[in-house]
Design a protein around this ligand. Sequence first.
Ligand code: KE4
Length: 428
Amino acid sequence: MIYKRSSALFKEAQKVIPGGVNSPVRAFTAVGGEPIFVEKAKGAYLYDADGNKLIDYINSWGPMILGHAHEPVVKAVVDKAENGTSFGMPTEIETEIASLAVSMVPNIDKIRFVNSGTEACMSAVRLARGFTGKDKIIKFAGCYHGHSDSFLIQAGSGAVTFGTPNSPGVTKGTAKDTLLANFNDLDNVSKVISENKGEIACIILEPVAGNMGCIPPKEGFLEGLRKLCDENNILLIFDEVMTGFRLAKGGVQELYGVNADIVTFGKVIGGGLPVGAFAARAEIMSHLAPEGPVYQAGTLSGNPLAMAAGLAMLSELNNNPEIFTSLEKKTAYLHKELATVLTKAGVTHTINRVGSMISVHFSETQVTDFKTAALGNNETFKKFFHGLLAEGVYIAPSAFETWFLTEALTYEDLDATIEACGKVAKTL
Ligand code: KE4
């Protein structure tokens, strides 16, 4: 693969954008080398600035569940743009997508749209604090809820890759209200709660973790959190920015049958445009301004362009639930065949998967939390990443991320990926 133009573009970008990127994980720092600049994308394929065609397993970190430049989404955006892109006034389409989202996701009556997953999670925590009158929050080591101060404590994703899980700039005053627990460890959560009796507003988690690789909740973990929250008047926040509208129509609440008090969304809900959202039963959402006292706002929140993309995306998923089963089958096929070729090549590895979220860890230890995720051999991961890239397969440029499959992938694409993996496995 040639990356000459990407390299030149990167040099230019670095002159005017910190690190040459607008989000750190794109900089390839975790895997070495220089970032690939994308020219365009269609379906399951990226076309980079040097004309290389790549099979895309990141899909903009989740949103492109139906493939890049998906016709109905593009058409919806173009049609909407011709009539204005943002008014700062309410529009009918916001009610349409809100009603659809509420009909798809269990246990929510109302939803507020914002512009990113970070904004959704940040606002959800403020709402939980306003609703309960309590200050402290519990998050889990390795989970990532965006870059709001309260979350940059032992955060996953790019934060852990850059060794700044506790970012400079986050004050001690803020950090003291964020308590850390271990994912999949109910005893530990119970201990943290008992040490902070009556002070905890909410527990926020990725119910299927995706920012330390893909880590499913252990049997009973989500149910146990639900019980602890009910017993201690704590709100349970499911951060479904990754899993929402991806793992099932109703997300993890539907998949595992456990109800959260507040759910946050991003990625798929915006169809690739900047949209985040948070939702809950009316009793909680009625605390949000202008109905209630908890303030939250945004100039471009619910703008018609982003709503048009999100509505087109959610409508297609809602009307064609077989997409979720097809995606599950494709990812299960990839999972099985990847394991086969890596085992055949004698590569020590473990693969985690939930639905169309999958991650490969070069470790003999099963990955169930941040500690075990960190045991993976990062040198091997780097070789795996670059080897696949050279074969035209683009996976997450970090071991602390998840792959997100798109329905646009064909079984020929999957077989090409597996063949590439077999070739690379021999070099590991
Ligand atoms: P954004 O602010 O990036 O839209 O969403 C933050 C967020 C919140 N919650 C979860 C579970 C998330 O995964 C994210 C963002 N995910 C990362 C990928 N690990 C986005 C990629 C990036 O940071 O560039």
